[in-house]
Design a binder for this molecule. Structure first.
Ligand code: GLY
Length: 356
């Protein structure tokens, strides 16, 4: 009998992480299905390498559940997950300061946030502007370098036994497998991890996942110590001293590239928070597409017999380890997934089909 197979559509961080987790879980069980990742272009070329790498569930959730609790849970998995990769991925629990400037809302971002007055905030982060009113401190928040994380997860998945096939365009998807542009049929249980392109996967029930462009800028020569968030954007320290400044939030479809207005907006926020960045070197700018959903929650589960892990919007890097763990447990062991994230929830008739 032919060996069972899991076919993952999309070689971004989520596709790689799901492949890794399934391969490892099956390895611990003494074997299992072949794991194949189909990537149409380059592994990790899209949002996975464009992301800033903020691991900040308490800030990104704005107190909303269940986003906050799954984000916190995934963040707690991070140290062991990145250690298991055996590579430096720039993970650091640097903490986050939500900076409050004149005109900003002074509201606390989270129950765990501690208020620092301006002097205390500037003692922690000396480059902060003299006019700040203070900052909310979230010491558990962290950062990772997605451009190091992606190749490390990719390599670990391959080492664990997953096969990567690049340059493979999927032209049809169903509960029993996919068809490739070459006409080849690849049978198996299908997992769609196509990020902002999820709604374009042929054969998959149309899910309302849309691209939300973010533009980012890399600066060097004026390092910071913490993730700094302000009213209009954020600054993320890289362990090599660079600062990643982001990000625009734009509904422009799949229009790629950076714009003068986007870069200006990012740099205006950046230099308002840390004026010294005005003399930093400009190391480049890029954009990526977040996979947005109407309720800003991810779609994790099965629909019409096809597994989906998509729609992570601003939190794909953060939620990768937990999403992968959930899907691997569901696919390998038949574990139940939280209904709140069901990809079928977007339809009035509701309810995703269950798969065995
Ligand atoms: N997580 C940050 C962003 O999406 O811009």
């Amino acid at each position: 009998m032919e060996r069972d197979r899991v076919v993952i559509v999309g070689g971004g961080l989520l596709g790689c992480a799901v492949a890794l987790e399934i391969a490892r879980l099956q390895g611990a069980r003494g074997g299992g299905a072949e794991v194949v990742v189909l990537e149409r272009a380059i592994v990790g070329a899209e949002a996975s390498s464009a992301a800033a790498g903020i691991l900040a569930p308490r800030l990104e959730a704005h107190g909303r559940e269940p986003l906050r609790s799954i984000g916190v849970e995934s963040l707690t998995l991070y140290p062991a997950w990145v250690a298991s990769l055996g590579a430096d991925v720039g993970y650091a629990r640097v903490g986050l300061l939500k900076v409050v400037r004149p005109g900003d809302s002074p509201a606390s971002p989270d129950v765990d946030a501690r208020w620092l007055d301006a002097a205390a905030a500037r003692a922690m982060e000396p480059g902060l502007a003299p006019d700040i009113l203070g900052a909310w401190s979230l010491p558990e928040e962290a950062t990772v370098d997605p451009r190091k994380l992606l190749p490390a997860v990719h390599a670990a998945a391959a080492a664990a036994g997953a096969t990567f096939r690049v340059g493979e365009e999927v032209t049809a998807t169903d509960a029993a497998g996919v068809t490739l542009a070459s006409g080849e049929r690849v049978e198996g249980r299908v997992v769609v991890c196509a990020g902002a392109w999820t709604a374009k996967v042929p054969g998959l029930r149309a899910l309302p996942v849309r691209p939300v462009r973010g533009q980012l800028v890399a600066l060097s020569g004026a390092p910071i110590r913490h993730v700094l968030c302000g009213a209009g954007g954020y600054l993320v320290p890289r362990m090599d001293g660079r600062v990643i400044a982001g990000a625009t939030v734009e509904d422009v479809g799949f229009s790629r590239g950076v714009t003068a207005g986007g870069v200006r907006a990012v740099l205006t926020t950046a230099t308002a928070m840390v004026p010294g960045l005005a003399s930093a070197s400009f190391d480049g700018a890029w954009s990526g597409f977040r996979p947005g959903t109407p309720d800003e929650l991810p779609a994790i589960g099965a629909v019409d017999g096809v597994w989906v892990a998509s729609g992570h919007y601003r939190n794909g890097i953060l939620l990768a380890p937990l999403t992968a763990r959930w899907l691997a447990a569901a696919i390998v062991d038949g574990a139940a997934l939280p209904a709140v994230f069901s990809p079928g929830r977007f339809e009035e008739r509701g309810g995703a089909a269950s798969v065995g």
